[in-house]
Design a protein around this ligand. Structure first.
Ligand code: FE2
Length: 152
């Protein structure tokens, strides 16, 4: 399974949409590297490259939330922290065990499914808040997002 960006993923903030496109490319690169049977050393490089981008990207989103006084900031940030912990565990598994079938499942679940869902729900709420700071609709959607559970 590969990630392919389309308008369903648009959060209507160009900077964040562009970062999501880059993120998808890097996740797909990791997926391909695993499928091509690359060595642990090579896979570690790809995963480090992806990790750096995720840190940068979450930083952009969190700064955007703070700058706009976004009410869903704490919840959204908790989701990023949850992801970071899972990612660190995945990286440890790769370094210790190599690209086992288990790791392939983790990549599918954590990177492909999680990002795909996160962008289409949580990130889009941020986009609708920023777009809708002028409308009641945007405020209502953003407020609703703060009621969601912390787990995916
Ligand atoms: Fe996010």
């Amino acid at each position: 399974m590969r990630l392919q960006w389309n308008s369903e993923y648009s959060v209507s903030i160009d900077e964040i949409d562009n970062q999501h496109k880059e993120l998808f490319a890097r996740i797909n690169d990791l997926d391909s590297a695993i499928k091509k049977g690359k060595s642990i050393g090579e896979l570690t490089k790809v995963i480090d490259f992806l990790e750096q981008y995720i840190i940068y990207h979450f930083g952009t989103e969190e700064k955007t939330m703070v700058d706009h006084g976004y009410p869903g900031f704490q919840l959204h940030k908790k989701k990023h922290l949850w992801f970071n912990n899972e990612f660190a565990a995945m990286k440890g598994k790769l370094e210790n065990e190599g690209p086992t079938p288990d790791l392939i499942m983790l990549v599918n679940h954590l990177l492909i499914s999680w990002f795909s869902n996160h962008i289409r729900t949580i990130d889009r709420l941020l986009g609708s808040f920023i777009r809708g700071t002028r409308t009641d609709q945007g405020r209502a959607e953003a407020a609703d997002g703060t009621k969601q559970t912390l787990h995916e």
